[in-house]
Design a protein around this ligand. Structure first.
Ligand code: ADP
Ligand code: NI
Length: 215
């Protein structure tokens, strides 16, 4: 780990320590470790990947009061303040701005291999057992009901509509979590994602069985 990465890591650790929305420091740490794991088979500049993984949620709209696309600038300014060179700081900014899921009908546009890896690592943490836990933690924190059988999922056409949706948490599976396996960029992530996807499908089946008293 370079000195710059280590400084960013301490900063981010401080910022995310007390989060209870599923965006706590351990989320960042899992994304960071997964991104390093993916880099081993997929390539890309390791320092850029480490910095972008650590900074990817630094000013996410879900925690900053609803401002969309603020994270890139926050990441850029932090990096420049800590002596990072301009071109690397810009590359990290581009990744942070592009990493988020913006709605079922909004295409991703991640260009660099570094960005594709960080996005995959973030998405892998949104699915599977941990993804399920994070979704319910997030929903509870935002006062969302866990499930309303009569309220159906919606496929969102813009980031604004998606970000302002107040759906119950089971809908979130259909609006995002179950769609992620087909929106992973790298082969290494697809392999890890397919098991986590099946786990969520089985989970939902069990959830409905219990909901409907199918004993
Ligand atoms: P992204 O930026 O791609 O949304 P994050 O790292 O910010 O990824 O993680 C988003 C997390 O917040 C996911 O684990 C997701 O399940 C949770 N989340 C976001 N929106 C909702 C929602 N409407 N209901 C439940 N969970 C949500
Ligand atoms: Ni994240």
């Amino acid at each position: 780990m370079t000195e710059l990465v280590s400084k960013i890591k301490s900063h981010v650790e401080g910022v995310f320590k007390h989060d209870a929305t599923g965006h706590d420091w351990y989320h960042i740490e899992r994304v960071y470790k997964m991104a390093i794991h993916l880099q081993k088979s997929e390539g890309g500049d390791i320092e850029t990947i480490e910095l972008a993984a650590l900074l990817h949620d630094i000013s996410d709209h879900k925690m900053n009061g609803g401002i969309l696309n603020a994270g890139g600038n926050v990441a850029y300014n932090l990096l420049i303040d800590l002596g990072c060179n301009e071109s690397k700081a810009l590359k990290v900014k581009e990744i942070v701005d592009g990493v988020s899921y913006k709605g079922a009908n909004v295409a991703d546009n991640m260009q660099s291999i570094e960005g594709k890896i960080v996005q995959d690592a973030d998405r892998l943490d949104a699915i599977g057992a941990i993804g399920i836990a994070r979704a319910f933690a997030f929903g509870g924190n935002k006062d969302r009901p866990m499930y309303l059988p009569d309220s159906k999922p919606e496929m969102h056409d813009s980031f604004e509509i998606y970000a302002n949706s107040k759906s119950h948490t089971i809908n979130h599976f259909y609006e995002k979590l179950l769609l992620l396996k087909d929106r992973l960029n790298t082969e290494s992530a697809v392999k890890i994602g397919s098991e986590r996807h099946t786990f969520m499908e089985n989970y939902l089946q069990q959830f409905y069985n219990e909901w409907n008293t199918k004993i």
